[in-house]
Design a protein around this ligand. Structure first.
Ligand SMILES: Cc1cc2nc3c(=O)[nH]c(=O)nc-3n(C[C@H](O)[C@H](O)[C@H](O)COP(=O)(O)OP(=O)(O)OC[C@H]3O[C@@H](n4cnc5c(N)ncnc54)[C@H](O)[C@@H]3O)c2cc1C
Length: 397
C-alpha cells in the first residue's frame, strides 16, 4: 500500500539514504514521531523516521506548551529557553460578561512557534542518533512477517527491514488504517484557524475567549507576537469575520501586521478501540486525541514516547497499550467538559459566571488538568457548591 501525502515543496534537507535495516521504523516526523525517536535512542534502540515533508514543519496549533509539557520536553533533552518563545503563567477564560484567571501552581508554560519547536526536536533526535529521512515516501509491506520476525517496507524505493512499526503520522494516519486499528469508540471534529499578529502580548496568561460559534485563544509566542486560534464546529466559518465576534480582541489587534501564513487544521476528539497490534503501535494524534482546547496534545505525544520506548525495550507492546489508556484519561475528561460548555452556550454562560464568583474552582481545575491535583477530589470538594452556583448565582447573568 502506498501511503499518500503531498510532498513539501520547500528546499530538501540533506538527503540521507534509508538504512537497510532498523529495529524501529517510525512513519511521521512531527512532534510525536521525533519524541518517540529520541526516547528510543535514549534507551539505545535503533530507529529511523520517515517524514514526507522537510524540516522545520509548521502546523496550525495554539503553540502553548503547558509546564508539564515543557518538563517532558526537558526530559527528552530539549530545554526551551524563555527567549525561544514567550513564557505564560496560567490560563484566563473570558466571555462577553465574565473573566476568570488561574495561575499554575509551579513553573511556567511557554508559547513557541511550531517550526522552532520542530527544529529543536529534529536536531535533538539527530544528535541522539536517530536516522531522519525527510521528504521521503514509504510503501508498507504485506501483513506477514518473515521467519526472523522482520518485515520489509520500501522507503523511496529502497527496502528497509524492521521489527517494530510506529505510526506517528497524525490525525489522518495511514499506518492506523493499514494496521486495522482505525475503529474508534468516539470521534468528533472541530476546526482550528491560526493567525500570528505582530503585537506585544498584553497578558502573561493564555487567554481563551468564549464566543458564539467557538473559542478564540491567544498564546504569547514572542515579545512582539501572539498566536491567535479560533476553534469552531463550523468548517465553513467566515475566516475574515472571526474577530468581529470578539470586539475586545479585534480592538487589540487592530492594525497589527499578520506575520505568518494563515493555516487551518482539524481538531479531533478521537478514542480508538486499540492503539497497537503485536508489532505496530500508534503515537501522538495518530493514536487518538482530545480536543485542541485542552492544550495538551504535545504533552500527550511526549508521554506516549516515553511509554512506547519502555514498552519496546520490554519486548512487548502490551505495557504501551495500558499506559496509553492511562495517559488519555484526564485530557479526555477535561476535553469532554469543555465540549459540553461549547455545545450548550447557556451552560457556558452559567459556568463562567459561577467560575468568576468562585475563582478557586477554576484554579483547582487547572491544577487537576496539570496532574497536580486529583480531578475526582476537586469535584467532590468543590462540586456541590459549584453546582449550586450554576443553578442559582450562575443564572443571574
Ligand atoms: C487548532 C489546534 C490547536 C492546537 N493547540 C495546541 C496547543 O496549544 N498545545 C498543544 O500541546 N497541542 C495543541 N494542539 C495539538 C497538537 O498540535 C497535536 O497534538 C500535535 O501536532 C500532534 O503531533 P503528531 O506528531 O502526532 O502529529 P502531526 O503534528 O500532525 O505530525 C504528523 C507528521 O506525520 C507526517 N506524515 C503524515 N503522513 C505521512 C506519511 N504517509 N509518510 C510520512 N510522513 C507522514 C506529516 O507530514 C506530519 O509531519 C492543537 C491542535 C490543533 C488542531
Amino acid at each position: 500500500m502506498l501511503l499518500r501525502e503531498p510532498r513539501d515543496n520547500r528546499a530538501s534537507d540533506k538527503a540521507l539514504a534509508p538504512p537497510a535495516a532498523t529495529e524501529v521504523l517510525i512513519v511521521g516526523g512531527g512532534p510525536a514521531g521525533l519524541a518517540a525517536a529520541i526516547a528510543l535512542r535514549k534507551r539505545g534502540i535503533e530507529c529511523a523516521v520517515v517524514e514526507s515533508r522537510a524540516t522545520a514543519i509548521d502546523k496550525a496549533c495554539g503553540e502553548g506548551l503547558m509546564p508539564d509539557s515543557r518538563e517532558s520536553l526537558a526530559r527528552l533533552g530539549v530545554v526551551l529557553d524563555d527567549s525561544e518563545g514567550h513564557a505564560f503563567r496560567g490560563i484566563r477564560f473570558q466571555n462577553s460578561l465574565h473573566r476568570v484567571d488561574a495561575r499554575f501552581a509551579s513553573g511556567a508554560g511557554i508559547g513557541v512557534r511550531r517550526p522552532q519547536l520542530h527544529a529543536r526536536l529534529a536536531s535533538r533526535a539527530e544528535e541522539a542518533g536517530a536516522r531522519l529521512l525527510w521528504n521521503s515516501r514509504i510503501q508498507l509491506p504485506g501483513s506477514e512477517a518473515a521467519a526472523d520476525g522482520l518485515r520489509t517496507a520500501l522507503v523511496d524505493g529502497q527496502a528497509v527491514r524492521f521489527r517494530w512499526l510506529i505510526g506517528a503520522d497524525g490525525q489522518a494516519s495511514s499506518v492506523r488504517k493499514w494496521a486495522g486499528l482505525d475503529r474508534a469508540r468516539k470521534r468528533s471534529l472541530r476546526y482550528g484557524f491560526r493567525t500570528h499578529y505582530r503585537v506585544a502580548p498584553w497578558s502573561d496568561l493564555v487567554e481563551v475567549h468564549w464566543g458564539r460559534g467557538g473559542q478564540l485563544y491567544i498564546t504569547p509566542v514572542a515579545a512582539d507576537c501572539v498566536c491567535v486560534v479560533f476553534i469552531t464546529r463550523n468548517p465553513r466559518c467566515d475566516r475574515a469575520a472571526i474577530l468581529s465576534g470578539f470586539p475586545e480582541i479585534a480592538h487589540r489587534l487592530e492594525g497589527a501586521e499578520i506575520v505568518s501564513q494563515q493555516r487551518g487544521a482539524v481538531s479531533a476528539t478521537c478514542k480508538l478501540l486499540r492503539v497497537a497490534t503485536d508489532a505496530v503501535a500508534l503515537v501522538g494524534d495518530a493514536s487518538g486525541s482530545a480536543d485542541a482546547i485542552t492544550g495538551e496534545g504535545l504533552a500527550i505525544s511526549f508521554r506516549h514516547a516515553f511509554a512506547l520506548a519502555e514498552s519496546i525495550r520490554s519486548g512487548s507492546l502490551e505495557p504501551y497499550r495500558r499506559a496509553h489508556r492511562q495517559i488519555g484519561k484526564l485530557p479526555h475528561a477535561m476535553g469532554a467538559l469543555m465540549l459540553t460548555l461549547d455545545r450548550w452556550p447557556a451552560l457556558e454562560l452559567r459556568a463562567m459566571r459561577a467560575f468568576a464568583s468562585a475563582p478557586i474552582v477554576f484554579q483547582e481545575l487547572l491544577h487537576a488538568h496539570m496532574g497536580e491535583k486529583n480531578l475526582g477530589s476537586v469535584a467532590l470538594r468543590r462540586g456541590p457548591r459549584f453546582g449550586w452556583d450554576l443553578l442559582t448565582n450562575g443564572a443571574r447573568t
